[in-house]
Design a binder for this molecule. Structure first.
Ligand code: ITT
Ligand code: NA
Length: 209
């Protein structure tokens, strides 16, 4: 049984809906989130800590909203900014000006089961940037530490006035091809979302490992 490590019920709902086979269970564990400009090292450290805590295979999900004109803010600070500034005011800040406020949602899934992975063929040769990051390019990561596999999903869209009552977090202000994520059900959101895309990469690798 794979532990999906998160304190966020919305993430678990989407992961369970995507995997749909009872193979995951939530591990409500609040791992230490290091300060970093990207999601990968946060997720990788979190996965090692969660694996040591659980003693069983874990999948950590670190996500964020990156607004182009705010140079990627709130990015890795999305949870803190949601709690403090709030979704509506982030939307107002992002929409200031005439251009459409372009943004991306990113999700990084970090898998750790304590086993060393086969390091060949080289992930860079396979064009797998996330896997390349997993094999020791994360700043400060000790190459002798527990190996972590990373899977990234990205979706682009624009920031709009809040619409819809589904989803969670920034979903009401994130529009993708005319529909906000809060106007989609979990299935529709998973088909296009950052989390759905990261889960697709993860499940493909997990099935063939
Ligand atoms: P865990 O760390 O326990 O998993 P969290 O909610 O703190 O839960 P993050 O650290 O990844 O999760 O913070 C991500 C922030 O971005 C947080 O404010 C979420 O509500 C928001 N977020 C993440 N995925 C989202 C999604 O699919 N739709 C809308 N908002 C999302
Ligand atoms: Na968090």
């Amino acid at each position: 049984m794979l532990r999906y490590v998160t304190t966020n019920a919305g993430k678990v709902r989407e992961a369970e809906e995507y995997l749909d086979d009872g193979s995951v269970t939530q591990l409500d564990f609040d791992y230490t989130e290091i300060q970093a400009p990207t999601l990968e090292p946060i997720a990788a450290r979190g996965a090692r800590e969660a694996y040591r805590h659980a003693g069983a295979p874990v999948l950590v999900d670190d996500a964020g909203l990156f607004v182009d004109r705010l140079d990627g803010f709130p990015g890795p600070y999305s949870a803190y900014v949601e709690e403090t500034v709030g979704v509506e005011r982030v939307g107002q800040l992002a929409r200031r000006g005439d251009d459409p406020a372009r943004a991306a949602f990113r999700c990084v899934l970090a898998y750790c089961d304590g086993d060393p992975f086969d390091a060949s063929p080289d992930p860079i040769d396979r064009g797998d940037r996330a896997a390349a990051a997993a094999v020791g390019t994360d700043e400060g990561d000790d190459a002798t530490d527990l190996p972590v596999k990373l899977f990234e999903g990205v979706v682009r869209g624009r920031i709009v006035e809040p619409r819809g009552s589904g989803g969670f977090g920034y979903d009401p202000i994130f529009e993708h091809e005319g529909t906000t994520f809060a106007e989609m059900g979990s299935t529709g959101k998973n088909a296009v979302s950052h989390r759905g895309r990261a889960l697709a990469k993860f499940t493909e690798w997990y099935a063939g490992r």
